[in-house]
Design a protein around this ligand. Structure first.
Ligand SMILES: [Zn+2]
Length: 355
């Protein structure tokens, strides 16, 4: 009996994407892993770098601009390949996963740590109207975190992308609150200072990240990128283990998708994690005002300030996000069955972001 349990567990662990932390360059990684049966998909930032790698035997190098479902379908139909290497931010990784084949190898090489999508088996795809859909993909085989790739940018760009990663990671906490509200309202009504115990029992890795930022974070150096890589990788594999995104995306992501659709933000000016961080902070504010539990809001605000994630309207304006955008987004999700849409109001948004 024990043997069998062990085998089942082992088989399950084998399926998880493996994590490689390395100091190899992008060129070294590409040369080691590419062959005639492999396509490489890369975003605007990484495409020219791979193009510059001479004499590699690759099936095709594909430029990724977006994750339009129809375009991915065309790539799959018109190219014969087995393996996929995806290089870039989440758009490129989503694209690569969506192109991947169940019987081939899929390697993901994040060049930025901007979201918690780096080690999941799903992709966000869009149609031409901007509506999104989440699809389950074959399991990626390996996530390669290469420090020379992650720091191959200006320090301010590394900071912006990486604080976005923390912003997306903290959304696990607002999603957990949403889940608790849907499944066990009593728990939220009678928390009496137990909010962190509750969060810990659902998304412990996320609470560890919050505590680490408050206590140990100094700057976006290699130590921080390493920690963030591990936090994001673990958050991604947790989604695979649970089999759904209940504890990683809720109202704060609904608000993000709606604000993106309405405002069409430039993704490098207003990043995924920065926009998602708004709904997370608002969720914590609701806990403070409606459930007499202000501890999470207090901690999130300290962490946001340390990481340089906006906590005031004037800071949001610097990344092109206006007060009206938040209110319009909230209005559009008003009928969604989420904790955020149920309790959020104009007054609460002002209370959260005016000072
Ligand atoms: Zn996200």
């Amino acid at each position: 009996m024990q043997d069998q349990t062990y085998k089942i567990r082992n088989a399950f662990v084998k399926e998880m994407p493996k994590l490689s932390l390395t100091h190899k360059t992008l060129e070294e990684i590409i040369r080691e892993n590419v062959d005639k049966k492999t396509i490489i998909v890369a975003d605007a930032y990484n495409y020219p770098k791979i193009q510059a790698v001479k004499s590699i035997n690759v099936k095709r190098l594909i430029f990724v601009e977006n994750t339009i479902k129809e375009e991915i379908k065309r790539i799959k139909e018109n190219n014969e390949y087995c393996n996929v290497i995806a290089v870039g931010g989440c758009t490129a990784l989503d694209f690569g996963r969506a192109c991947s084949k169940a019987d081939g190898q899929t390697y993901l090489i994040p060049s930025i740590l901007s979201t918690s999508c780096i080690s999941v088996n799903r992709s966000v795809l869009y149609n031409y109207n901007g509506d999104h859909e989440i699809i389950i993909t074959p399991m990626p085989n390996r996530v390669i975190m290469a420090f020379p790739v992650l720091i191959d940018s200006t320090p301010s760009a590394v900071r912006k992308w990486s604080h976005s990663g923390f912003g997306d990671l903290f959304a696990n906490m607002s999603a957990t609150i949403d889940h608790l509200h849907k499944t066990n309202k009593n728990i939220l009504m009678h928390m009496s200072g137990k909010i962190f115990d509750l969060i810990h029992s659902y998304v412990p890795e996320c609470l560890t990240a919050l505590e680490w930022v408050i206590k140990d974070f100094r700057t976006f150096d290699q130590k921080t990128l390493r920690r963030l890589s591990l936090f994001l990788y673990n958050a991604g594999t947790s989604v695979i283990k649970r089999g759904d995104t209940t504890l990683s995306a809720a109202g704060e992501h609904e608000l993000y998708y709606e604000m993106m659709k309405q405002q069409k933000y430039n993704r490098s000016k207003s990043t995924h994690g920065e926009i998602v961080s708004i709904g997370t902070l608002l969720t914590a504010k609701i806990l403070e005002r409606e459930f007499a539990e202000g501890a999470l809001f207090k901690k999130l605000k300290i962490a946001y300030k340390k990481l340089d994630i906006p906590t005031r309207y004037d800071e949001l304006m610097q990344i092109n996000i206006e007060r009206k955008h938040i209110l319009d987004g909230l209005f559009a999700i008003r009928d969604k069955n989420t904790f955020l849409s149920m309790f959020c109001s104009e007054e609460l948004v002002d209370d959260c972001y005016s000072h």
